[in-house]
Design a protein around this ligand. Structure first.
Ligand SMILES: *Cc1c(COP(=O)(O)O)cnc(C)c1O
Length: 369
């Protein structure tokens, strides 16, 4: 295992393949797999993640925005790419780069149709998103007739899939709500397909949906967090391998005697003779100021060192009084054996936020073992 000599996010492709195979093992043989690689593949490296998954037979990718899809095309990704949240201002770029938009309002549907016409498109693939309870994006079920009618009037567009998104697939206390979403989705997708007169791909489940609602996989599933090694479930955690490890090093160790302070605004006052290590990672790297003052810790020589005082822009300080360590030692902020779920919980956030928040200043190091 390489030792970190600077702050870096180590991305393990072997773990990615493991998570993909595990999620696949939950599916029927002919269920399609869409990999969600938005937000730099959840803070890792979208191009490398997508290339790896393309090589092992992923059927679809999804990104949030058109610019993210363009970056994947420029990196040589040929697999179909669904854009979950395209904006009205650059729809022609989607067509230029063979990106398939999710259309979620009549306004964007009509505008995309106009752009596709103008670019002489025939049967350009689009995806229809319906709102079944998340109340975030999507046509209302009551708009179904109007939506279907648009497709009887155009030859520029063709519906490739119809989908919706679950609001609480990880929460067993919301099972009844989720089952209602599934029921509503099932009936509206059937009606839509009947009205269109051709079959389209149906998809509803994210990672937790795949794990918790095996009867709702339909024709395709959309997995993000599971691919990156988090399951939103303590019982499932052992089946996944977090692909990213955030590592840093000890730049300097200070002896701080009792009553002396550490960091800006004297955020930490030592209650004993302490050893305080400074690490080259701060809030500009994604370690937010909700950490510090004892919230959150790092691992030094397999021991927990609490983050003390205020998180600075480029540095944090950790208490290593009880750890036999020295300057230059490697430090882990999160990783396979020191899960981001644990550190996220202590800072009152979720793995999704912690891993997507690691800023682009942190070097990505690709490993495969
Ligand atoms: C982000 C996203 C997903 C992936 O969800 P995970 O919980 O990360 O698996 C799936 N579908 C939609 C619409 C999303 O926005």
């Amino acid at each position: 295992m390489p030792k970190a000599s600077e702050t870096s996010l180590e991305i393990n492709l072997a773990s990615l393949r493991h998570n993909f195979e595990y999620l696949k093992s939950k599916l029927q043989k002919n269920t399609l797999f869409l990999a969600v690689v938005k937000a730099f593949a959840y803070g890792s490296n979208a191009a490398i993640i997508a290339k790896t998954l393309q090589g092992i037979g992923v059927d679809y990718f999804a990104v949030a925005y058109i610019s993210e899809g363009i970056a994947l095309r420029k990196a040589g990704i040929k697999t179909p790419i669904l854009v979950l949240h395209p904006q009205l201002n650059n729809l022609s770029l989607a067509i230029e780069h063979c990106l398939e938009p999710s259309l979620y309002t009549l306004k964007i549907l009509k505008e995309f149709e106009r752009v596709a016409q103008k670019l002489n498109q025939k049967n350009y693939p689009i995806h229809l998103k319906f709102n079944t309870g998340l109340n975030r994006l999507g046509f209302e079920p009551s708009e179904l007739d109007l939506v279907a009618e648009q497709f009887s009037k155009t030859t520029a567009l063709k519906v490739k899939s119809v989908f919706s998104h679950l609001a609480a697939s990880e929460d067993s206390e919301e099972k009844e709500f989720t089952l209602n979403q599934i029921k509503l989705y099932k009936s509206l997708s059937a009606t839509l397909i009947e009205k269109l007169g051709y079959s389209v791909i149906r998809h509803l489940c994210n990672t937790s949906g795949v794990l918790n609602y095996p009867d709702a996989h339909f024709d395709m599933v959309r997995c993000g967090i599971g691919l990156y090694g988090y399951s939103n479930s303590a019982a499932e955690a052992k089946n996944f391998k977090p692909i990213a490890a955030l590592k840093s090093v000890i730049s300097q160790i200070h002896r701080v005697s009792e009553g002396n302070s550490v960091g800006y605004n004297r955020g930490f006052i030592s209650s004993q003779n302490s050893r305080i290590a400074t690490l080259p990672i701060g809030h500009a790297d994604g370690i937010g100021r909700h950490f510090g003052h004892g919230v959150g810790h790092v691992s030094v020589r397999n021991k927990k060192a609490p983050i003390v005082g205020n998180v600075c822009m480029d540095m944090i300080m950790v208490d290593v009084t009880d750890i036999d360590c020295e300057e230059g030692d490697e430090v882990t902020l999160f990783g396979p054996k020191f899960s981001a779920e644990i550190s996220a919980e202590t800072a009152n956030t979720i793995s999704y936020e912690l891993i997507t928040g690691i800023s682009q200043r942190v070097k990505r190091e690709i490993v495969d073992y």
